[in-house]
Design a protein around this ligand. Structure first.
Ligand SMILES: [Zn+2]
Length: 343
């Protein structure tokens, strides 16, 4: 089967039944010790990546370490957190799953979406038929409640003077902020708040939110300074995380285990400063060949124009190369969740 051609170890034996769904099969492998996760495209084609436990742990460690060190000295275990993602323990979507580390590094985490999110549900919700419409209708109602839950949580923590960390898909926080704006409500968390986002900046089908505008909104409505509002870039195929530096919001490459390159259409490396496709050799993957050419268009600079950190950087915003289908880490979630939030 296809998995065996990608996986570089001994696959556990599992029994697959004829009617098993994608996620049922994945869960069987995962119960047997693997961590298979996926990301889905707008065309409904999923990218599945088989990690062994060690590779998955490294990916988790990588994301936590990159973000926490960039936010230094913000982090402490005693923070209250909100995760704008599906519950990591109930999904096989990689962007959601890797966030389980958030539960390890801080005291209290609330989750935006607590129900199980499966490949089949995502696919069904995207379809324009009766079933798709029913799922979307149910989700709309859930979504309104979700936004209200988040706002209540913000109010409570603000009142109690708690330190808060909000992490996850930017569009959810965007809709929260739109609602705050409608209510004429704002907060001033200052250094007591931080925001970490990831997974694409499409807010609606036809609208992309500039990252800078998002940071300004966060500062205006939550009082969290731009230095505490960082975006990160990663993908299901890799275990490295490029994280914004607070000084200039350039995406720093973790060069100790992740060799990033930019390629032209012939697969040749271009020089620093030129545009091309983002590619990498990933030293953390021990269960599949993580030598990947992505569909993302980037420009890499040898030195960060804004700070003294020594690694090369990508420019603050990463876009899909032309002709490639849209497929951010959060894109599938956005399509399912934002179906008409705020519209
Ligand atoms: Zn920098």
């Amino acid at each position: 089967m296809w998995l065996a051609t990608v996986y570089t170890g001994e696959l556990p034996n599992i029994v697959v039944k004829k009617n098993d769904s994608h996620d049922e099969i994945i869960n069987k492998f995962n119960d047997a010790g693997l961590v298979i996760s996926y990301s889905s495209g707008t065309s409904g084609i999923h990218t599945f990546i088989p990690r062994d436990q060690r590779t998955f742990n490294s990916a988790e460690y990588g994301i936590a370490k990159s973000l926490i060190t960039m936010l230094y000295p913000f982090w402490e275990p005693d923070i209250n957190g909100y995760l704008f993602m599906p519950n990591p323990f109930k999904t096989n979507v990689f962007a959601g799953k890797v966030c389980s580390v958030y539960f390890d590094v801080i005291k209290d985490v609330q989750v935006a979406l607590d129900r199980e999110l499966t490949a089949d549900l995502i696919q069904a919700a995207m379809q324009n038929n009766l079933k798709g419409r029913i799922i979307r209708y149910a989700m709309q109602r859930e979504n309104k409640k979700m936004i209200n839950r988040i706002i209540n949580w913000i109010r409570k923590n603000y009142k109690e003077g708690n330190k808060v960390g909000m992490v996850g898909a930017p569009f959810i926080l965007y809709f929260v902020m739109e609602e705050l704006e409608r209510n004429g409500e704002s907060f001033d968390f200052g250094e007591r708040g931080a925001v970490g986002t990831g997974g694409g900046w499409k807010i609606y089908e036809d609208k992309r939110l500039p990252v800078k505008e998002f940071r300004e909104k966060v500062e205006k409505l939550l009082g969290i300074p731009p230095e505490n509002c960082l975006d990160l870039y990663g993908m299901v195929e890799g275990n490295g995380w490029m994280v914004h530096c607070p000084e200039g919001h350039y995406l720093h490459v973790p060069t100790t285990y992740y060799h990033a390159m930019v390629l032209d259409e012939n697969g040749e490396q271009v020089s620093y400063g030129e545009k091309g496709r983002f590619a990498f050799l990933d030293g953390l993957a021990t269960s599949y060949p993580s030598f990947i050419i992505s569909g993302d268009e980037v420009r890499m600079l040898e030195h960060c124009p804004a700070c003294e950190r020594e690694t090369p950087v990508l420019e603050p915003e990463v876009k899909r190369a032309k002709g490639d289908e849209m497929r951010g880490c959060a894109e599938e979630m956005r399509r399912v969740l934002s179906m008409d939030l705020g519209r």
